[in-house]
Design a protein around this ligand. Structure first.
Ligand SMILES: [Zn+2]
Ligand SMILES: [Zn+2]
Length: 355
């Protein structure tokens, strides 16, 4: 077995204030069921802003101290004594929903919505996360890559999986899809919709640069919500019929609440964004009941069928992730990464913990 260094560089969230610390810590020793992953890439996600700022959301979802980073990939460099499913040198990516394996949902193969879920990168049930050089992860939460993906592709299986799980809940083949929000998950929803045969694909956002990326990911029409009325645009583009499918990935309660009006009768909608306000429909009869709608929600990825599907789409080239990676930088520049994210200058940020 290869010898690992005794200490490593990692980011740490230890204090109830804004920011992380870059510190040296001992390289962890795996327990019987764990593996040690030499992290090659870690992704920063919009939800990491909460942890960075240590706001009210963070206080509810995370517990100190912890190493942040819930999107991670790398190579297995040490294996616990009881691990039989994973071998040294295998490439893996981390499923950060640490399901319990024992609740009624886990027992019916729905670990994605486990009732007692812990979470990697948030200090929930583990202080380990991906923003470090060597991460300790229980073997059962590792997805072993079966195709040859680059680390930049592999680390994106996690956020892409959320979009894939969502889009798979509504039947998009051959019909029009409206994607609200062109952040990373919305952009993945566009790419996955295209790969699954949706046409046309409409994208809505308020940032022109993001709408440009949306086109590269497969949007056939883009709507800038600061320049035109989204409802009018949707009705114009659909000959007044409304759109067959909506993927809500903006987290804008205002947009979501209006969107029921834009959905065609018999339409289907899936929610991925986290609205910062209540769900609300003005005209329940006309916009909801009489439309005979299907409303779906998802939390994370199906374990591990979503991973396999996303891996196949990336390996085949049906989905190209390069347009949405705005930054690929050393982890030591984490402060610059967060200032880019906070000033809306970033799309997807990847960090290399060994630099
Ligand atoms: Zn994420
Ligand atoms: Zn469970």
């Amino acid at each position: 077995m290869s010898t690992l260094p005794s200490s490593m560089q990692c980011l740490l969230k230890e204090r109830e204030e804004e920011g992380y610390d870059l510190v040296q810590r001992p390289v962890p020793e795996p327990g019987p069921g764990d593996v040690i992953i030499k992290i090659e890439k870690v992704g920063i996600c919009g939800s990491d802003i909460n942890l960075w700022k240590w706001n009210d959301v963070a206080k509810k979802i995370a517990s100190l101290p912890f190493i942040p980073g819930h999107e991670a990939t790398g190579v297995v460099v040490k294996v616990g004594s009881e691990v039989t499913t994973i071998k040294l040198r295998q490439k893996v990516a981390v499923e950060n929903h640490f399901y319990c394996g024992e609740c009624v949902l886990c027992l019916s193969d729905r670990g994605d919505i486990c009732q007692r879920m812990d979470q990697y990168g948030l200090g929930r049930g583990t202080k380990h996360g991906g923003c470090c050089q060597y991460s300790l992860v229980p073997a059962r939460y590792c997805y072993v890559l079966t195709r040859s993906l680059t680390p930049s592709q592999a680390v994106l299986l996690e956020p892409m999986g959320v979009a894939h799980n969502a889009v798979s809940q509504i039947e998009v083949a051959g019909v029009g899809v409206l994607v609200l929000g062109a952040g990373p998950v919305g952009l993945f929803a566009i790419a996955v919709s295209k790969a699954l045969g949706a046409s046309p694909i409409y994208a809505v956002d308020i940032v022109p640069e993001k709408l440009e990326i949306a086109k590269k990911m497969g949007a056939t029409h883009v709507i800038d919500a600061t320049k035109e009325d989204v409802g009018e645009a949707v009705m114009r583009l659909t000959d007044g019929n409304g759109v067959e499918r909506i993927v809500e990935a903006s987290g804008s309660a205002v947009l979501l609440n209006h969107s029921f009006k834009w959905l065609r009768k018999g339409g289907q909608m899936v929610l991925i964004g986290i609205p910062k306000g209540p769900l609300h429909v003005d005209d329940v009869l006309q916009d909801l009941i009489f439309k005979s709608l299907t409303l779906k929600t998802v939390h994370g990825r199906r374990i591990f069928s979503t991973w396999r599907a996303c891996e196949a789409l990336l390996a085949s080239g049906k989905v190209d992730v390069t347009p949405l990676i705005s930054h690929d930088m050393p982890m030591s520049r984490y402060a610059d990464a967060f200032s880019a994210l906070l000033s809306c200058k970033a799309c997807k940020i990847l960090l290399d913990p060994h630099q």
